[in-house]
Design a protein around this ligand. Structure first.
Ligand SMILES: NCc1[nH]cc(CCC(=O)O)c1CC(=O)O
Length: 322
């Protein structure tokens, strides 16, 4: 008999849900038993804002456990993975992506447009803070942290102190809480984070039997979208907490499959807002992402992101077009 595969997971409800879903899909597709092994990460122990904890804080403990061979595979929210490759590890599958859009959960069933000036909206992500400000709705944006239930309680609980929160739709859906969403935000207004809604199933690169086994979970269009979005992020030298958004949509065009990538870099106060798009074929996903990032850099993305150096001649302050 083959030993069960050890799937390392964080203990949060969201991590347990997505790990459980991948474990079930793997058993269903291969007949292999999968056991969940809880791993505590630095991100779970701290209550500091994510953009202060730094990139990959939820990820490194899982990767350490993979390298130490105490687990065989790990399931990450792909948007939490640093763009730098992890030596000795391999993303063996990108399962079918969930709806990548952000969602508003507001008191009184309100939509964004129905929130009055001065309404207090909670979110921790700079990307969301920046885009909320860029809407020009005079919303007051306040940083929040904590797991999904904690955030929802700030709007829906007995001690609610916020008018609304913005969360990833995918996280709510995986927890079966999509019913509380009052508006799924149009990417025209709120472009999602690179790889939002996608999972990465990671194992050791030298575990070739497992690499092969996990390939049954891979969904090529989801992988292509993630490659394009993360190539943009990597080229901008930005991390998962930077005010960078990217969303690749795949569609069947006249000449075969097409990828339509949108990217945005927005200053946290919303006054500078660069948005561009580019199309190509899924086979060129990485090149499309790089090229779109290069265009954003030409328009001054660097100065919004606060990078020093390699400022090309096109790098001046670039105001919002409003
Ligand atoms: N920032 C934390 C995080 N990382 C992954 C998700 C769930 C959505 C996903 O898998 O992309 C969330 C919660 C959120 O952004 O609301």
């Amino acid at each position: 008999m083959t030993a069960p595969l050890r799937l390392g997971t964080r203990g949060s409800a969201l991590a347990m849900a997505q790990s459980g879903q991948v474990a079930a899909a793997l058993t269903e597709a291969t007949g292999r038993q999968v056991e969940l092994v809880e791993v505590v990460t630095a991100g779970d122990r701290s209550s500091a804002p994510v953009h202060r904890l730094g990139v990959g804080v939820f990820v490194s403990a899982l990767r350490d456990a993979l390298t130490a061979r105490t687990i065989d595979l790990a399931v990450h929210s792909y948007k939490d993975l640093p763009t730098a490759a992890a030596p000795g590890l391999h993303v063996a599958a990108v399962p079918p992506r969930q709806d990548p859009r952000d969602a508003l959960v507001a008191r009184g069933g309100r939509t964004l447009a129905e929130l009055p000036p001065g309404a207090v909206v909670g979110t921790g992500a700079l990307r969301r803070i920046a885009q909320l400000h860029a809407l020009g709705l005079q919303l007051e944006v306040t940083p929040i942290r904590g797991n999904v239930d904690t955030r929802l309680a700030r709007v829906l609980g007995p001690d609610a102190d916020l008018d609304a929160v913005v969360l990833a739709r995918a996280g709510l859906a995986r927890l079966d809480r999509a019913d509380v969403i009052t508006e799924t935000l149009d990417p025209m207004l709120m472009l999602p984070a690179p790889a939002q809604g996608a999972l990465a199933v990671e194992c050791r690169a030298d575990d070739t039997d497992l690499v092969e086994l996990l390939a049954v979970l891979d969904h090529a269009p989801s992988r292509a979208a993630v490659i394009a979005e993360r190539a943009l992020l990597a080229t901008l030298e930005a991390g998962c907490s930077a005010p960078v958004a990217a969303y690749a949509e795949l569609a069947e065009g006249d000449a075969g499959d097409e990828i339509y990538l949108r990217g945005a870099v927005i200053s946290p106060d919303g006054t500078r807002d660069l948005r561009l798009s580019r199309t190509g074929t899924p086979a060129d996903a990485a090149e499309i992402g790089k090229a779109l990032a290069a265009e954003l850099l030409e328009l001054g993305a660097d100065s919004i992101l606060g990078h020093e150096g390699n400022a090309g001649p096109g790098t001046q302050q670039f105001g919002s077009t409003e």
